[in-house]
Design a binder for this molecule. Structure first.
Ligand code: PEP
Length: 247
């Protein structure tokens, strides 16, 4: 299946810098048509400027979170319908930083997933264990619980992705071994297949300190269908090198 290389810009990028970074990626995609699907997820405030820079290009636009409701009295929140209206086709849900900073539970993530589904956005559902959970031998149980809890019961779409992001690998420069990545990805694949027919084609991304120098090995590991990239997605050359490794 075609891999997905997704950039999560997190809380980085004023409009002008964000548009310039997006334009640099568009120029690269024009010069060398990508062999994988490309996606960037800027902060909400830069969606407009980045969306304009991406117009007509091979690079898709996504949000980093959405609310469970379509509209209403939810100060500071953004709905899936608003993301769609801003030109997004994807939304990242349940990132470990949101689970930690905002106390997001699997149940809440599942409700956000339903909202994304209603709006026609493809969710990228993040799961991952902490170092303490890995050291305690709980990794697969944690992944299992998060995955089953974060995918809604009334799933009506196969258009979503799962990102395995070990919390201890995010922004740390540390990555799991290829064997560890393959063990978790195989487990996610088995779990998805057991959940519903047709989910064998759901892409399973790896995220956590993906860099140009480790991307080739990570992206060629079994059951790795792409990358969710944080820090390295803020540098056009680095993100592009990772996208090439996805090809
Ligand atoms: C992320 O937070 O989604 C991520 C993968 O970050 P980084 O690549 O910086 O570890």
């Amino acid at each position: 299946m075609e891999k997905l290389c997704a950039g999560n810009w997190k809380m980085n990028g004023l409009k002008r810098d964000a548009a310039a970074l997006a334009a640099a990626l568009v120029a690269k995609a024009k010069a060398e048509p990508p062999t994988c699907e490309l996606l960037i997820c800027p902060p909400f405030t830069a969606l407009g400027a980045v969306g304009e820079a991406l117009a007509g290009s091979a690079v898709a636009l996504g949000g980093q979170d959405c609310h469970t409701a379509e509209k209403g009295a939810h100060t500071g929140d953004v709905s899936a319908a608003m993301l769609k209206d801003a030109g997004c086709t994807y939304v990242i849900l349940g990132h470990s930083e949101r689970r930690a900073d905002h106390g997001e539970s699997d149940k809440l993530v599942a409700r956000k997933f339903e909202a994304a589904q209603r709006a026609g956005l493809a969710a990228i559902v993040c799961v991952g264990e902490t170092l303490a959970q890995r050291d305690a031998g709980e990794t697969l149980a944690v992944i299992d619980r998060q995955l089953r809890g974060s995918v809604p019961d009334g799933l009506a779409t196969r258009e979503f992705a799962v990102a395995y992001e070990p919390v201890w690998a995010i922004g740390t420069g540390r990555t799991p071994t290829i064997a560890q990545v393959e063990e978790v990805h195989a487990h996610i694949r088995r779990t998805l297949v057991g959940m519903m027919a047709g989910l064998e084609s759901v892409r399973i991304l790896y995220g956590g300190s993906v860099k140009p120098d480790n991307a080739m090995a990570l992206m060629h590991a079994a059951n790795v269908d792409g990358a969710l990239v944080g820090g390295a997605s803020l540098v056009a050359d680095d993100f592009w090198a990772i996208a090439r490794a996805c090809g």
